[in-house]
Write a protein that binds this ligand. Structure first.
Ligand code: FE2
Length: 381
Protein backbone atom coordinates (compact mmCIF):
# COMPACT_ATOMS: atom_id res chain seq x y z
CA UNK A 1 0.00 0.00 0.00
CA UNK A 2 3.03 2.25 -0.34
CA UNK A 3 1.96 3.91 -3.57
CA UNK A 4 0.44 7.35 -3.54
CA UNK A 5 -3.20 7.15 -4.46
CA UNK A 6 -5.71 9.92 -4.74
CA UNK A 7 -9.13 9.56 -3.21
CA UNK A 8 -10.68 8.53 -6.50
CA UNK A 9 -8.46 5.52 -6.98
CA UNK A 10 -8.77 4.65 -3.30
CA UNK A 11 -12.51 4.41 -3.57
CA UNK A 12 -14.13 1.13 -4.29
CA UNK A 13 -13.49 -0.22 -7.77
CA UNK A 14 -17.07 -1.41 -7.67
CA UNK A 15 -19.69 0.24 -9.87
CA UNK A 16 -23.35 -0.01 -9.07
CA UNK A 17 -25.20 -0.32 -12.39
CA UNK A 18 -28.60 -0.29 -10.71
CA UNK A 19 -27.87 3.27 -9.56
CA UNK A 20 -28.76 6.03 -12.01
CA UNK A 21 -25.97 8.58 -12.17
CA UNK A 22 -28.02 11.36 -13.66
CA UNK A 23 -26.44 14.15 -11.61
CA UNK A 24 -23.53 12.95 -11.56
CA UNK A 25 -21.86 13.17 -8.11
CA UNK A 26 -18.07 13.42 -8.09
CA UNK A 27 -17.58 12.85 -4.36
CA UNK A 28 -17.88 14.61 -1.00
CA UNK A 29 -16.91 18.29 -1.26
CA UNK A 30 -16.98 19.21 2.41
CA UNK A 31 -18.92 18.78 5.66
CA UNK A 32 -20.07 21.85 7.59
CA UNK A 33 -20.72 21.66 11.32
CA UNK A 34 -22.74 24.24 13.23
CA UNK A 35 -21.03 24.72 16.59
CA UNK A 36 -21.28 27.23 19.39
CA UNK A 37 -17.59 28.19 19.28
CA UNK A 38 -15.88 27.65 15.92
CA UNK A 39 -12.46 28.80 17.10
CA UNK A 40 -12.31 26.21 19.87
CA UNK A 41 -13.87 23.45 17.76
CA UNK A 42 -11.28 24.04 15.03
CA UNK A 43 -8.52 23.83 17.62
CA UNK A 44 -9.84 20.48 18.85
CA UNK A 45 -10.03 18.93 15.38
CA UNK A 46 -6.55 20.24 14.62
CA UNK A 47 -4.79 19.08 17.77
CA UNK A 48 -6.72 15.84 18.34
CA UNK A 49 -7.35 14.70 14.75
CA UNK A 50 -4.49 16.30 12.81
CA UNK A 51 -6.54 18.60 10.57
CA UNK A 52 -4.81 21.73 9.31
CA UNK A 53 -5.90 25.30 8.66
CA UNK A 54 -7.24 25.83 5.16
CA UNK A 55 -9.50 28.91 5.02
CA UNK A 56 -11.45 31.36 7.17
CA UNK A 57 -14.47 33.65 6.96
CA UNK A 58 -15.51 36.10 9.66
CA UNK A 59 -15.41 39.71 10.74
CA UNK A 60 -11.97 40.24 9.14
CA UNK A 61 -13.31 39.09 5.76
CA UNK A 62 -16.47 41.17 5.95
CA UNK A 63 -18.75 38.39 7.21
CA UNK A 64 -20.70 39.73 10.19
CA UNK A 65 -23.23 37.06 11.12
CA UNK A 66 -20.97 34.00 11.44
CA UNK A 67 -17.40 32.78 11.80
CA UNK A 68 -16.18 29.79 9.80
CA UNK A 69 -12.92 27.89 10.11
CA UNK A 70 -12.20 25.53 7.21
CA UNK A 71 -9.84 22.63 8.01
CA UNK A 72 -8.33 20.07 5.69
CA UNK A 73 -6.62 16.69 5.88
CA UNK A 74 -6.08 14.53 2.81
CA UNK A 75 -9.18 15.11 0.70
CA UNK A 76 -11.35 15.79 3.77
CA UNK A 77 -12.59 19.34 4.25
CA UNK A 78 -14.50 20.23 7.42
CA UNK A 79 -16.01 23.65 8.16
CA UNK A 80 -16.81 24.73 11.71
CA UNK A 81 -19.28 27.61 11.71
CA UNK A 82 -20.53 29.54 14.74
CA UNK A 83 -23.22 32.25 14.90
CA UNK A 84 -22.32 35.84 15.82
CA UNK A 85 -25.89 37.01 16.52
CA UNK A 86 -28.62 35.84 18.86
CA UNK A 87 -31.24 35.79 16.12
CA UNK A 88 -29.20 33.59 13.78
CA UNK A 89 -30.69 30.40 12.30
CA UNK A 90 -27.32 28.83 13.17
CA UNK A 91 -28.13 29.57 16.82
CA UNK A 92 -31.53 27.92 16.44
CA UNK A 93 -29.81 24.84 15.05
CA UNK A 94 -27.42 24.69 18.01
CA UNK A 95 -30.17 25.23 20.58
CA UNK A 96 -32.10 22.32 19.11
CA UNK A 97 -29.31 19.89 18.21
CA UNK A 98 -26.16 20.93 20.04
CA UNK A 99 -23.04 20.94 17.89
CA UNK A 100 -23.60 18.81 14.81
CA UNK A 101 -23.41 18.37 11.05
CA UNK A 102 -25.55 20.83 9.11
CA UNK A 103 -24.36 20.50 5.50
CA UNK A 104 -23.16 17.36 3.76
CA UNK A 105 -21.85 18.97 0.61
CA UNK A 106 -21.39 17.11 -2.65
CA UNK A 107 -19.06 18.04 -5.50
CA UNK A 108 -20.98 18.22 -8.79
CA UNK A 109 -20.36 19.44 -12.33
CA UNK A 110 -23.51 21.58 -12.41
CA UNK A 111 -25.10 22.78 -9.16
CA UNK A 112 -28.06 24.39 -10.95
CA UNK A 113 -28.93 21.25 -12.88
CA UNK A 114 -28.42 19.09 -9.77
CA UNK A 115 -30.92 21.28 -7.89
CA UNK A 116 -33.41 21.29 -10.77
CA UNK A 117 -33.26 17.52 -11.24
CA UNK A 118 -33.51 16.61 -7.56
CA UNK A 119 -36.27 19.10 -6.72
CA UNK A 120 -38.05 17.92 -9.88
CA UNK A 121 -37.85 14.39 -8.49
CA UNK A 122 -39.39 15.38 -5.16
CA UNK A 123 -36.61 16.89 -3.03
CA UNK A 124 -37.49 19.91 -0.91
CA UNK A 125 -35.29 22.91 -1.72
CA UNK A 126 -33.06 24.24 1.06
CA UNK A 127 -31.89 27.14 -1.10
CA UNK A 128 -31.95 27.95 -4.80
CA UNK A 129 -28.77 28.01 -6.90
CA UNK A 130 -26.59 31.10 -6.47
CA UNK A 131 -23.08 32.01 -7.58
CA UNK A 132 -20.22 33.43 -5.49
CA UNK A 133 -17.47 35.30 -7.24
CA UNK A 134 -14.02 36.72 -6.48
CA UNK A 135 -10.80 37.28 -8.40
CA UNK A 136 -10.15 33.50 -8.51
CA UNK A 137 -13.41 32.69 -10.28
CA UNK A 138 -16.87 31.49 -9.37
CA UNK A 139 -18.47 28.76 -7.25
CA UNK A 140 -22.14 27.92 -7.66
CA UNK A 141 -24.06 26.42 -4.74
CA UNK A 142 -27.56 24.98 -4.33
CA UNK A 143 -29.18 22.94 -1.56
CA UNK A 144 -31.81 20.31 -0.90
CA UNK A 145 -33.10 19.07 2.44
CA UNK A 146 -32.45 15.55 3.65
CA UNK A 147 -33.22 13.89 7.03
CA UNK A 148 -33.91 16.19 9.99
CA UNK A 149 -32.44 19.66 9.51
CA UNK A 150 -29.53 18.32 7.46
CA UNK A 151 -28.89 19.72 3.98
CA UNK A 152 -27.10 18.40 0.90
CA UNK A 153 -25.31 21.33 -0.71
CA UNK A 154 -24.33 20.87 -4.35
CA UNK A 155 -20.97 22.55 -5.02
CA UNK A 156 -19.88 23.43 -8.57
CA UNK A 157 -16.26 24.60 -8.51
CA UNK A 158 -14.75 23.90 -11.95
CA UNK A 159 -14.53 27.66 -12.60
CA UNK A 160 -12.66 28.36 -9.36
CA UNK A 161 -8.90 28.35 -8.79
CA UNK A 162 -8.79 29.82 -5.25
CA UNK A 163 -8.17 28.03 -1.94
CA UNK A 164 -11.73 27.15 -0.97
CA UNK A 165 -14.48 29.39 -2.28
CA UNK A 166 -15.26 33.09 -2.63
CA UNK A 167 -15.94 34.74 0.74
CA UNK A 168 -13.17 32.76 2.46
CA UNK A 169 -9.53 33.71 2.65
CA UNK A 170 -6.69 31.20 2.91
CA UNK A 171 -5.60 30.60 6.50
CA UNK A 172 -2.39 29.01 7.72
CA UNK A 173 -1.53 29.80 11.30
CA UNK A 174 1.90 28.90 12.78
CA UNK A 175 0.50 26.04 14.87
CA UNK A 176 -0.10 23.18 12.41
CA UNK A 177 -0.11 19.72 13.98
CA UNK A 178 1.05 16.82 11.79
CA UNK A 179 -1.71 15.10 9.90
CA UNK A 180 -2.54 11.61 11.18
CA UNK A 181 -3.02 9.96 7.80
CA UNK A 182 -6.74 10.59 7.28
CA UNK A 183 -7.39 10.52 3.53
CA UNK A 184 -11.04 10.83 2.51
CA UNK A 185 -14.58 10.26 3.71
CA UNK A 186 -15.54 6.62 3.15
CA UNK A 187 -19.18 6.95 4.20
CA UNK A 188 -21.48 9.14 6.31
CA UNK A 189 -24.30 7.66 8.34
CA UNK A 190 -27.68 9.20 9.09
CA UNK A 191 -29.88 8.26 12.04
CA UNK A 192 -33.60 8.59 11.39
CA UNK A 193 -36.70 7.90 13.49
CA UNK A 194 -38.91 4.86 13.89
CA UNK A 195 -40.18 3.51 10.54
CA UNK A 196 -38.27 6.19 8.59
CA UNK A 197 -35.38 4.12 7.17
CA UNK A 198 -37.32 3.09 4.08
CA UNK A 199 -38.59 6.64 3.52
CA UNK A 200 -35.02 7.95 3.39
CA UNK A 201 -33.75 4.93 1.47
CA UNK A 202 -36.42 5.71 -1.12
CA UNK A 203 -35.40 9.39 -1.08
CA UNK A 204 -31.82 8.50 -2.05
CA UNK A 205 -33.09 6.03 -4.65
CA UNK A 206 -35.76 8.17 -6.26
CA UNK A 207 -34.41 11.70 -5.82
CA UNK A 208 -30.64 11.09 -6.03
CA UNK A 209 -30.58 7.93 -8.19
CA UNK A 210 -28.75 5.85 -5.56
CA UNK A 211 -28.87 2.05 -5.31
CA UNK A 212 -29.20 -0.02 -2.17
CA UNK A 213 -25.87 -1.66 -1.45
CA UNK A 214 -26.89 -3.72 1.54
CA UNK A 215 -29.55 -3.90 4.22
CA UNK A 216 -29.35 -5.11 7.82
CA UNK A 217 -32.36 -5.97 9.90
CA UNK A 218 -32.66 -6.14 13.64
CA UNK A 219 -31.57 -9.80 13.61
CA UNK A 220 -28.23 -8.72 12.08
CA UNK A 221 -27.74 -5.77 14.41
CA UNK A 222 -28.81 -6.67 17.88
CA UNK A 223 -27.47 -7.78 21.19
CA UNK A 224 -29.30 -9.27 24.11
CA UNK A 225 -30.65 -5.80 24.89
CA UNK A 226 -30.72 -3.38 21.98
CA UNK A 227 -31.22 -3.33 18.21
CA UNK A 228 -31.23 -1.19 15.11
CA UNK A 229 -31.83 -1.57 11.39
CA UNK A 230 -29.71 -0.14 8.60
CA UNK A 231 -29.77 0.27 4.83
CA UNK A 232 -26.68 1.37 2.89
CA UNK A 233 -27.35 3.59 -0.13
CA UNK A 234 -24.67 4.32 -2.72
CA UNK A 235 -24.37 6.41 -5.85
CA UNK A 236 -23.33 4.79 -9.13
CA UNK A 237 -19.58 5.36 -8.93
CA UNK A 238 -19.43 4.29 -5.25
CA UNK A 239 -17.84 7.55 -4.07
CA UNK A 240 -20.85 8.52 -1.96
CA UNK A 241 -22.22 6.01 0.51
CA UNK A 242 -24.89 6.88 3.04
CA UNK A 243 -26.04 4.17 5.45
CA UNK A 244 -29.38 5.05 7.07
CA UNK A 245 -30.12 3.69 10.57
CA UNK A 246 -33.41 3.49 12.42
CA UNK A 247 -34.06 2.20 15.93
CA UNK A 248 -35.46 -1.28 16.45
CA UNK A 249 -37.31 -2.64 19.45
CA UNK A 250 -35.21 -4.43 22.05
CA UNK A 251 -35.36 -5.11 25.75
CA UNK A 252 -33.60 -1.78 26.30
CA UNK A 253 -33.26 1.52 24.47
CA UNK A 254 -31.67 1.46 21.01
CA UNK A 255 -28.56 3.63 20.59
CA UNK A 256 -30.35 5.21 17.63
CA UNK A 257 -33.21 6.26 19.88
CA UNK A 258 -30.71 7.72 22.34
CA UNK A 259 -29.20 9.73 19.48
CA UNK A 260 -32.63 10.98 18.33
CA UNK A 261 -33.48 12.00 21.90
CA UNK A 262 -30.33 14.07 22.33
CA UNK A 263 -30.15 15.47 18.80
CA UNK A 264 -33.87 16.25 18.91
CA UNK A 265 -34.47 14.44 15.67
CA UNK A 266 -32.69 12.75 12.79
CA UNK A 267 -29.12 13.74 11.92
CA UNK A 268 -25.65 12.62 11.00
CA UNK A 269 -24.48 9.87 13.36
CA UNK A 270 -20.96 9.22 12.14
CA UNK A 271 -18.38 10.18 9.56
CA UNK A 272 -16.14 7.30 8.48
CA UNK A 273 -12.70 8.50 7.45
CA UNK A 274 -10.21 6.30 5.64
CA UNK A 275 -6.52 5.75 6.35
CA UNK A 276 -3.77 3.64 4.71
CA UNK A 277 -2.27 2.71 8.08
CA UNK A 278 -4.84 2.37 10.81
CA UNK A 279 -2.31 1.22 13.40
CA UNK A 280 -0.23 4.37 13.00
CA UNK A 281 -3.29 6.61 12.71
CA UNK A 282 -5.00 5.25 15.83
CA UNK A 283 -1.76 5.22 17.80
CA UNK A 284 -1.33 8.93 17.06
CA UNK A 285 -4.98 9.79 17.69
CA UNK A 286 -4.89 8.06 21.08
CA UNK A 287 -1.68 9.90 21.97
CA UNK A 288 -3.44 13.16 21.06
CA UNK A 289 -6.34 12.43 23.38
CA UNK A 290 -8.98 10.96 21.07
CA UNK A 291 -11.19 8.55 22.98
CA UNK A 292 -12.41 5.33 21.38
CA UNK A 293 -15.03 2.75 22.16
CA UNK A 294 -13.43 -0.13 24.04
CA UNK A 295 -14.42 -3.66 23.13
CA UNK A 296 -13.58 -6.47 25.58
CA UNK A 297 -10.03 -7.80 25.13
CA UNK A 298 -11.61 -11.26 24.67
CA UNK A 299 -12.62 -9.99 21.20
CA UNK A 300 -9.05 -10.82 20.10
CA UNK A 301 -8.92 -14.36 21.50
CA UNK A 302 -10.56 -15.95 18.46
CA UNK A 303 -10.13 -13.07 16.00
CA UNK A 304 -7.95 -14.95 13.52
CA UNK A 305 -10.35 -17.90 13.57
CA UNK A 306 -13.09 -15.50 12.54
CA UNK A 307 -11.32 -13.40 9.93
CA UNK A 308 -8.52 -15.70 8.69
CA UNK A 309 -5.05 -14.48 7.75
CA UNK A 310 -4.40 -10.74 7.93
CA UNK A 311 -1.22 -8.81 7.20
CA UNK A 312 -1.20 -6.97 10.52
CA UNK A 313 0.31 -8.23 13.73
CA UNK A 314 -2.46 -8.90 16.22
CA UNK A 315 -0.50 -7.39 19.16
CA UNK A 316 -0.90 -3.70 18.14
CA UNK A 317 -4.50 -4.36 17.07
CA UNK A 318 -5.28 -5.64 20.55
CA UNK A 319 -3.28 -2.87 22.22
CA UNK A 320 -5.08 -0.16 20.23
CA UNK A 321 -8.51 -1.83 20.20
CA UNK A 322 -8.75 -1.99 16.40
CA UNK A 323 -11.48 -4.27 15.04
CA UNK A 324 -11.28 -6.50 11.96
CA UNK A 325 -13.94 -7.96 9.69
CA UNK A 326 -13.88 -9.90 6.44
CA UNK A 327 -16.25 -10.18 3.50
CA UNK A 328 -16.03 -11.95 0.13
CA UNK A 329 -13.78 -9.25 -1.33
CA UNK A 330 -11.22 -8.85 1.45
CA UNK A 331 -11.04 -7.48 4.97
CA UNK A 332 -11.27 -4.17 6.74
CA UNK A 333 -9.97 -2.68 9.97
CA UNK A 334 -12.07 -0.15 11.86
CA UNK A 335 -12.56 1.64 15.14
CA UNK A 336 -15.13 4.11 16.46
CA UNK A 337 -14.46 7.16 18.58
CA UNK A 338 -16.59 7.97 21.57
CA UNK A 339 -19.07 10.83 20.87
CA UNK A 340 -17.24 14.03 19.90
CA UNK A 341 -19.85 16.27 21.52
CA UNK A 342 -21.19 16.64 25.07
CA UNK A 343 -24.39 15.09 23.81
CA UNK A 344 -24.02 11.42 22.79
CA UNK A 345 -24.55 12.20 19.11
CA UNK A 346 -21.83 12.44 16.46
CA UNK A 347 -18.70 10.28 16.31
CA UNK A 348 -15.96 9.39 13.81
CA UNK A 349 -15.13 5.97 12.48
CA UNK A 350 -11.54 5.29 11.40
CA UNK A 351 -11.47 2.67 8.63
CA UNK A 352 -8.83 0.96 6.52
CA UNK A 353 -10.12 -1.20 3.69
CA UNK A 354 -8.04 -4.08 2.40
CA UNK A 355 -10.39 -5.17 -0.33
CA UNK A 356 -13.53 -5.38 1.79
CA UNK A 357 -16.48 -3.36 0.48
CA UNK A 358 -18.74 -3.96 3.49
CA UNK A 359 -19.22 -2.14 6.79
CA UNK A 360 -18.02 -4.48 9.52
CA UNK A 361 -21.10 -6.56 10.15
CA UNK A 362 -19.00 -9.09 12.08
CA UNK A 363 -18.12 -6.34 14.58
CA UNK A 364 -21.62 -5.04 15.18
CA UNK A 365 -22.30 -7.17 18.23
CA UNK A 366 -19.02 -6.38 20.01
CA UNK A 367 -19.41 -2.71 19.19
CA UNK A 368 -22.98 -2.46 20.34
CA UNK A 369 -22.14 -4.17 23.60
CA UNK A 370 -19.44 -1.53 24.07
CA UNK A 371 -21.99 1.21 23.28
CA UNK A 372 -24.49 -0.32 25.71
CA UNK A 373 -21.90 -0.10 28.46
CA UNK A 374 -21.52 3.62 27.69
CA UNK A 375 -25.30 4.09 27.47
CA UNK A 376 -25.57 2.43 30.85
CA UNK A 377 -22.97 4.83 32.28
CA UNK A 378 -25.01 7.73 30.84
CA UNK A 379 -28.22 6.38 32.34
CA UNK A 380 -29.80 6.17 28.91
CA UNK A 381 -29.98 2.42 28.30
FE1 FE2 B 1 -19.66 3.17 9.55
Amino acid sequence: MGTQLDSTSLQLPVQFPEAEDFLPLNGTDHVEFYVSNAKQAAHFYKTAFGFQDHAYAGLETGVKDRTSYVLKQGRIILIFTAPMKADSPINDHIVKHGDGVKNISIWVDDATKSWEITTGRGAESAFEPYTLEDEDGTVTLSGIKTYGDTVHVFVERHNYSGTFMPGYRPMKRPHQPEDVGLLYIDHMVGNVGWNEMNIWGDFYKNVMGFAQLVSFDDKDISTEYTALMSKVMTNGNGRIKYPINEPAAGRKKSQIEEYIDFYNGPGCQHIAVATHDIIQTVRTLRAQGVEFLEVPKSYYDDLLDRVGDIEEDIVPLRELGILVDRDDEGYLLQLFTRPLMDRPTLFFEIIQRKGAVSFGKGNFKALFEAIELEQSNRGTL
